[in-house]
Design a protein around this ligand. Sequence first.
Ligand code: GRF
Length: 191
Amino acid sequence: MKQKIAVFASGAGSNAQKIIDHFKASEIAEVSLIACNKPGAGVLTIAEREQIEQVVIEKEQYKQDGYAAFLKEKGIDFVVLAGFLLKIPQPLIDAYPRKIVNIHPALLPNYGGKGMYGAFVHQAVIANQEKQSGITIHYVDEHYDHGDIIFQATCDIEPGDSPEQLAQKIHLLEHAHFPAVIEQVIQQHCY
Ligand code: GRF
């Protein structure tokens, strides 16, 4: 039986699109649900176009159990956070032990935590004149950007690089690595 993946996202969804494309040819898993807390977000347009079931997250229900019961009802086996800005509540972590992974656009443990997302991350990295940045894929626990690290990749920062240029380099890294790392983790845990 193919593993069912739910992708949680809050924004444009470029990573969600790469993950959907990757698993179209996979024997082991498929993206069967897109969950989003921002009505009108680009990722919902992608879900529509790809004819993948979508759910717009409501605050009250999310506070109760993080949609854990809903995901179980839908037969979801694995949860991927791809630019999802809400903290994951304990009931959802308990329902999917080591089966929730997140991607962060920097080299954790640096440049992570509350308020450290999207452009804010790249602005801080550039402001600190770092020579390198990168991506971190990690298991999700009760803290922001904290769980065990599964994978990291780096990119060089050239003198004069803007936060926007760094963001583009980071997106290339994410799109190149995230889908394959998700597949490896599922293979390890589920087969
Ligand atoms: C990515 O850079 C991801 O690392 C971060 O949010 C961004 C989402 O981009 N957490 P997209 O919506 O997948 O294009």
